[in-house]
Design a protein around this ligand. Sequence first.
Ligand code: BES
Ligand code: ZN
Length: 457
Amino acid sequence: MEAVFSYLEKNKARFISELCDYVKFPSVSAQPEHRKDMTQCADWLANHCREIGLETRLAETPGNPVVVAKTPRAKNSHKPHYVVYGHYDVQPAEPFELWKTPPFEPRIEGTSLFARGASDNKGQNLAHLKAAEAYLKTGTELPCDLTFVIEGEEEVGSKNLAEFLRNNRQELHCESVVVSDTGMPSKKHPALTYALRGIVAVEIILHGPSRDLHSGIYGGTVDNPAMALSQLLAQLRDKNGRVAIPGFYQDVAPLSAYERKQFARLPLSIPAYQKLLGVRKLFGERGFTPMEQRSARPTIEINGLTSGYQGEGSKTIVPSWAKAKLTFRLVPNQRPSQVRAAILKQLKKLCPPTVRMEVKAGHGGEPYIVSPTSPHAQAGLRALKAAFGREPILMREGGSIPIVTDFKKILGADTLLLGLALPDDNAHSPNEKFDLECFAKGMQMSAHLWQELAKKT
Ligand code: BES
Ligand code: ZN
């Protein structure tokens, strides 16, 4: 094992420059104009996996290709098999003007590497690849067989990956899936995540007059879709921060007294948190702490709101339409289909007769929760401790990785979530960065993990 760790240490600078190459691809899955960048990024990644010594193929899907890369294995290998999942797609980089330097031109400042996708998720999945490289290039025997599955559609709901899992069920049969795509409260608090929120996305468009109208000539006689939409949206959340949709909370699993006690022990300074996010005061569902609100309670968010004239100066119109993009985060045991039906019913009820409502269904993902005391989780905790030199904590995260429930349903495997992102990484925001110490520790953690997991079986 010494050879593995000294290889990781010696090649640090090259790994960083490889991460720079990886983040240069604008692999934005949400935007059709980046289709070509998606395949170029997948090609780069597949070639990289081959250079490391992994048996690699690109699996085509109706969407973006999946990179599948396996450690060489004996024909009748009895080693335990683990799938390492990650994604090479990234969120849109807009608004560009808020980036200190362009999002796809990586910049290093101190211990941070700035670029869209550096933290979410290219830096994190590259850490696992580098650990595998260290084993393969030093001729150190890996105690586990590994298959990397790195997809290009996570940020748009992984809509083609379940089919890929079904088609490759045998090849992907494994003890557990390992994912680094979540966070930790600080470098002093490495963390194992044992729950993720689910998600339901909807887009609402209210159609008013057949074209933008002069607001002086016609205003007052026709409904204004932007106003109607604002009023409709305002009725979806009450003043206590609860989602005002009948049936929305029907299946929500209450937090146990034990879990609430654990949440209370997690490090969170409210003034520091406010400062980090740039808000004057926090807002959340009454009766719950911020830690609980952000990871264990369901929410509604408006992600985008568009209508009327957005340019410089004024334009006096009644806009023809207004649009909102919404997502709801779900917690155990909410089901996306039930929640979606409740949302649609309420939207129909609230829509005034003066506008026509169009609702587009977006992606959905189930919430996930797994035992933090399983032997896999224990191995994960030992690997985190060995790499970070600190006692790891257990946490629930508010973000979603929709495919993890499919890993369970299709492959029968739980997911071990060992995140390397920091709260100030600016995931999905301008000036995203990845901490290079987390990158290095992440590689060490991965190298330890295969030893720890093999001990378990
Ligand atoms: N890495 C995140 C998920 C995440 C972040 C989990 C932080 C826990 C903590 C992932 O890339 C992501 O952003 N997922 C999307 C999924 C959605 C688009 C279906 C999300 O959560 O918004
Ligand atoms: Zn993301």
